[in-house]
Design a protein around this ligand. Structure first.
Ligand SMILES: [Zn+2]
Length: 60
């Protein structure tokens, strides 16, 4: 049997770039596909933080 899942695309998050297979659940950002919510926020330049616990940057 062939175990070759068809690769349709690659994750738009450049630091991930995982292959996206036929039938896989993915996130769509405009015309781009990412493999996970984590990659979606990375692609959008967002990051997850804990509300009220953000470290102030460059400030002691
Ligand atoms: Zn990804």
């Amino acid at each position: 049997m062939t175990d070759s899942q068809e690769v349709l695309n690659y994750c738009a998050n450049e630091s991930c770039n995982a292959p996206i297979h036929f039938g896989q659940e993915v996130w769509k950002a405009g015309s781009e596909l990412v493999c996970s919510g984590k990659c979606l926020v990375a692609k959008l330049g967002a990051k997850t933080v804990t509300a009220g616990k953000e470290e102030p940057e460059g400030n002691e």
